[in-house]
Design a protein around this ligand. Structure first.
Ligand SMILES: [Ca+2]
Length: 270
């Protein structure tokens, strides 16, 4: 439920049963300590209505509980409860947010909102011979994932290898089937730092046009590479759907996606 932006929004949110969003307002200003306590009392009063409670407020941050791991929370601020509420930040899987330091009295509220829809990018491209393929999942002009081919042949020709690397802030090297959730916690697998040098090896083959028989993507026909990338100091989750090819195109890249809310899950390939 996201329609509680009107006046006085927090009362409307409270009146609905059962509310998907809890709105709690607290006041800060010169008597910060007093209002902090008031915020706690307000939060406690609202506990029966939802599982989100403001538990702290100081000059720099507001803190709340969040019993739903994939909830997206939005913090809004207003000078009075009857004025318009302005979004000042958007967070998820977090229970605190930085707020603008101000000496003026202000009300803050935290609400649950539905996470924004996944944004997909149709790629339908290939990693070319000894080349890099930059992928911009969020369309901001900055590369979020780079796939790259390298070929190594010993001088005497006795050893041949093609490698496909993935470079990103983090990747999960386990190929994810379509539909498997990608979260900040991908147990029993794990995220690895793929930001250094060329990134991490996904696949290797030991003959031209041979099967990609080595590396974490060995034997995969089609799967999704889970990725994390950083934008505006926040981590976003996404995936790239790929096929290790044996038909002369090296490595086929079909599509990618990300969820435009920090640290918020999405399903691989969907
Ligand atoms: Ca980008």
């Amino acid at each position: 439920m996201t329609g509680e932006q009107g006046n006085p929004g927090y009362l409307r949110g409270r009146a609905e049963a059962p509310p998907r969003s809890l709105i709690a307002a607290v006041r800060m200003g010169r008597m910060r300590h007093y209002y902090h306590i008031a915020g706690l009392l307000l939060g406690l009063a609202f506990t029966a209505f939802a599982e989100l409670t403001i538990t702290g407020l100081d000059a720099d941050s507001v803190t709340w509980t969040n019993s739903v791991s994939n909830a997206t929370c939005r913090v809004t601020m207003a000078s009075t409860v009857t004025s318009s509420w302005d979004a000042i930040t958007l967070v998820t899987n977090m229970t605190t947010a930085n707020i603008t330091q101000t000496n003026a009295a202000a009300f803050f509220r935290v609400e649950w909102i539905n996470p924004p829809d996944v944004v997909r990018t149709n790629l339908e491209d290939h990693v070319f011979w000894m080349s890099s393929m930059p992928i911009d999942l969020n369309g901001d002009g900055a590369t979020d994932v780079t796939l790259r081919h390298e070929n190594f042949v010993t001088p005497d020709g006795s050893s041949y290898s093609d490698f496909i690397y993935a470079k990103a802030y983090c990747v999960c090297l386990t190929p994810f089937p379509t539909g498997r959730p990608i979260r900040m916690d991908v147990t029993p697998d794990s995220w690895v730092d793929a930001s250094q040098y060329g990134g991490k090896i996904l696949g290797e083959r030991k003959s031209l046009l041979g099967p990609w028989a080595y590396g974490p993507w060995a034997g995969v026909t089609n799967a999704n590479l889970p990725v994390q990338f950083v934008s505006s100091n926040a981590i976003y989750l996404g995936w790239v759907n790929m096929t290790p090819s044996t038909n002369g195109t090296l490595w086929d890249v079909h599509s990618g996606a990300y969820r435009p809310a920090p640290e918020t899950m999405l399903n691989a390939g969907e």
